[in-house]
Design a protein around this ligand. Sequence first.
Ligand SMILES: [Mn+2]
Length: 320
Amino acid sequence: MDCKSFKETIEKAKNIIIISHVNPDGDTLGTMCALYRILKNNFNILPDMVYNGIIPEIYQFLPSINEAKKPSDVKEKIYDIAIAVDIAAKDRMGDSLPIFEKADIRINIDHHKTNNGYGDINFVNGSACCAGEVLFDIIEQLGINIDKDTAAGLYTAFLTDTGGFRYENTGAQTLQKSAKLIECGANPAEISRYCYESKPRNMVLLHAHCMVNAKFENNNKIAYVLITNKDMEKFHAKNDYTEGIVEELRRMATTEVSFVLKEVDENTTKASLRSKTIDVSNIAGIFGGGGHTFAAGCTIRKPVDIACSKLLEEIKKVLK
Ligand SMILES: [Mn+2]
């Protein structure tokens, strides 16, 4: 990772776009907003930001998030530089992928171990807890000041990708860097409240519905739930309302692997997997997906019930 060439490359650019991943989370959005402010404050450039789908209501507090555009707003433009943040594989860019591909220089800032280095310039650190940490390290090496709003974006990335500093990717470095972000003006209580205590009411009710209807296999070691479009309609649920259900299933003492299957249409199912023991990124990989050891996802081109039996079959092969 050569930060000097990053700086020189950025300085030469006239227009830059920052790309977040589909189904945006706190890491991709927080890192995008932080990078936006870094470029604006230190490189005298006003980049575009682009998101796919909807920005979850809990992340509307992120500084500058209102500047983010949809891919259709910027699809005609050709950028000198496109920077992907928190994007494990190119298909996770959704409708932003053509914008990325067209750019003269493509930069990849990420922390997924499965990232194959698809950029022209790659800052990929598989041991970073979040993409925000990879950006934090770049900022530190460049000796750039972190203002309050940049700190809030980065802190959100650290907080949410570690599940509130609880997951196995939480290390001494995580807390040291987060402490630095607090010194730079990030407000931990306020950001936690936005991220964890500002959920839409119907989202919490959908979660309750899913918990009540959860299914269990292998002596409760596997916990899972199927969510149909009918369930979504019943709760007037937006797409992002299913976020967090798979973690709630893993919370049970008996759970080793949890998954949520979400019906996209009659032949497409989205799977989200979590684990305490086995490597679920391998299982997601069988279906063309990927992710981290204990958190992964994939799209299965089957109806939800068939996708379910196929996924269960693969999990049972690995789970003792
Ligand atoms: Mn991430």
